[in-house]
Design a protein around this ligand. Sequence first.
Ligand code: ARG
Length: 581
Amino acid sequence: MPVQPARALSDLLARAALRLYGAEHGAVDPMVRRSKHGDLQANLAMGLGKRLGRAPRKIAEELAGGVEENDLVAAIEVAGPGFLNVTLETSWLERAAGEALASPRLAVPLATTPDTVVIDYSAPNVAKEMHGGPLRSTVIGDALARLLEFRGHTVLRQNHIGDWGTPFGMLIEHLDDLERVDPEAAARQVSLGDLGAFYRTAREKFDADPAFAERSRRRVVSLQAGDAATTASWRRLVDLSRTYFEAVYARLDVTLRAEHVRGESFYDPMLAPLADELLACGRGVVSDGAVCVFPDGFTNKEGAPLPLIVRKADGGFGYAATDLAAIRHRAGVLGATRILYVVGAPQEQHLAMIFAAARALGWLAGGRPTRVEHVAFGSVLGTDKRMFRSRSGDTVRLVDLVDEATDRARAVVAEKAPDLDLAMREAVARAVGVGSIKYADLSSDRVKDYVFDLDRMVSFDGNTAGYLQYAHARIRSVFRRAGEGEAAGAIAIEDPAERALVMDALDLGPTVESVDETLEPHRLAGYLYGLAGSFTTFYERCPILKAEPRVRASRLALAELTARTLETGLGLLGIAAPARM
Ligand code: ARG
């Protein structure tokens, strides 16, 4: 039997409905949820009443009487128009909590049909600063990658970095110019790998100097033709940039590594054959000299079909061509059964067109059809609700955000935990600094814009990383005071606060399953916040260390279950839970 009360009750009621009303009518979702009346409430009688043309109350009574022998349900009551209010057997809950505690994964169910999931996330552009967009993609994508892996899916991270295309003509030309004048200065400028400033200068030169612009355009052609010197300069820029990204990921405690980089350049050799193939099979159409595909259902304001441009009229290839090659590779070569694109909301139409084209071309119809989903997110706004900018008006650099969050966290930690030694305080400040940036993002509905407010983010009050990390550390401190090695005992539920805490802790599984399905990490964040609140209520009502030995052992077990649930949940969000702070 599952340890999740709602799941166990659902199973029981689903079987009862099938027995009573047959496969034709009785195959329904029991619609079980938490309730103030008893522990759980099931609302299936309303829908069944409608289907069967009978009074829901009557159905509810039949269901209440028709549930098979079990050790889960202590009492079922029919209420109102036909709700079923269910009180669970305390002994069942105690056993389930014990089982969760004994399980290294807290009894969170593994996926029944594991997917091969490709997650396209982070995807910064080489030679542009990592800012708000990549930040959100990195944070959201990494949380989803961790969570899906925890569920037992095979996760293939694909960092679709922008390492190809027209900007490189200008960057390489600029690099060459600098090197002719002062090789050492040139090396210094690019060695940081944070090529933002380098990019800006190149761009200004490009806009101001037509001769430079012309040279840059010719450079793109040389690059695409594989000219050796040009390719060497390109490699140098890309490699430096990749090293820099890796440092940022390490700093952010993000699981992306060198082997996950599948930049746009990777697909370049596939593009010309793709264009030819599409032309040959008649799916590619020449329009104004360009090879295009026109996925069904996309038109412009005038009603004319919208193209995905595969090969431009000048023979070059762009973003859409690369994404077509990428989706085909992911489904066909990597064998993805689910592909997630963690990309900003403005690219919705582009991706919808890529998905539609891939489907029409039969690329997603493997033995098991491939689901493709755009995990969209909104913009990062400043506290003035405008696009997030630094004081000088530039886009804000990601590393600067992390530094600043860590600085603020350092101050808060120094005040909260003055007795920690310096090294420990520094470790906690980093965990809180990084955690607060991630959590602020992950705790809000991702499709909405979110306001980047450092003061609020690093606070230990409210729905923040610091609050949850502190809640976790406080529980660990109870254990330290209890004495090393004191074993938590069997869980015995007496107080209503203990019961509520157990019910909450056992909700981790369904919460994780719902994030797997919806790809909405804020459900997990909200769950953890609720759990921390339930623990506070429990802690205020139920003394742990002062209780008599049997109760003390049970409450220590409840504390342990809560701490591990918080730690596991935060871990799935990519947030560390220090034991002391
Ligand atoms: N580098 C792109 C950008 O900055 C994001 C790439 C997203 N992934 C994709 N397969 N298109 O907009």
